[in-house]
Design a protein around this ligand. Structure first.
Ligand code: SAM
Length: 254
């Protein structure tokens, strides 16, 4: 049976999200490649290049899961800026996803070094992190899983230094109606099936597409970022990737 996430009481949602990611933790990377035909890698590369970490930045990668973004942030700083001072704190609510991240890092040059740390916690309450302490906050494909997006944004605003940047990579809305229809057919028919075949887990992937459907469109999300106190660049409040299948939103704490 497929659970309908919309009908679930709020208290249960958080533990259901945990369950979803516990069951997909080990198959997560393979599934990402299968579902997106590898395009998520290009999106993530572009995202990190755009954030351009360097100069010993203090970064927090929320919903950092398997470390995909954290590794890219450190690699970028090192390869482009010869920077080995930049630090990334990988932050995730799910211990299994964090474990995958640690395993991943164990195979890199950052293993055992001072540039990466891992914290278990909820994006809605960053109680272990001091006010005004960070240069860059990233959250990739994580915010739509959170129950209270407004609380996530408020916390992001609190922990960033003045001048610090909030940046979010998330599935978004395809604006072209023809492409939107094709994308809808793909996600509702192909993705749960791929989940079933590759990960023996149809329900978790059914949940993932429902969560994409529910997430606010670009303009609305941008407004929420402003409401949390950020200044959103007028020139480019967000950037659509692959027709808006995903989008990058940024905000600066002034
Ligand atoms: N950022 C990684 C990436 O881009 O590949 C992982 C994204 S994965 C789709 C979503 C992650 O969000 C999971 O690791 C999940 O445990 C985490 N997550 C879900 N709700 C969360 C919350 N309230 N606080 C922190 N992390 C959360």
């Amino acid at each position: 049976t497929h659970f309908g996430f919309k009908d679930v009481p709020e208290a249960l949602k958080e533990s259901m999200v945990k369950g979803v990611f516990s069951s997909v933790a080990t198959s997560y990377d393979v599934m990402n490649d299968a579902m997106s035909l590898g395009i998520h890698r290009l999106w993530k590369d572009h995202y990190v290049k755009k954030m351009d970490p360097h100069g010993g930045m203090q970064c927090l990668d929320v919903a950092g899961g398997t470390g995909d973004i954290a590794i890219r942030l450190l690699d970028h700083a090192r390869e482009k800026w010869a920077d080995r001072e930049t630090h990334v704190q990988v932050f995730d609510i799910n211990p299994e996803m964090l474990e995958e991240g640690k395993k991943r890092f164990a195979k890199t040059m950052y293993h055992g070094g001072p540039q990466v740390s891992f914290t278990l916690g909820n994006a809605e309450n960053l109680e272990t992190i001091a006010d005004n302490s960070l240069d860059l906050y990233t959250i990739a494909f994580g915010i739509r899983n959170c129950t209270h997006i407004d609380r996530v944004l408020k916390e992001a605003h609190r922990v960033l230094k003045p001048g610090g940047v909030f940046s979010c990579l998330e599935f978004s809305k395809v604006t072209n109606p023809v492409l939107a229809k094709a994308y809808e057919l793909y996600s509702f028919n192909v993705i749960p099936e791929l989940g079933h075949v590759l990960a023996a887990d149809r329900d978790s992937y059914q949940y993932l597409i429902e969560s994409i459907e529910r997430f606010p469109p670009q303009a609305k999300f941008s407004k929420m970022i402003e409401e949390a106190g950020f200044t959103v660049p007028k020139q480019e409040p967000w950037e659509d990737l692959t027709f808006g299948i995903a989008a990058i939103h940024t905000g600066v704490k002034l």
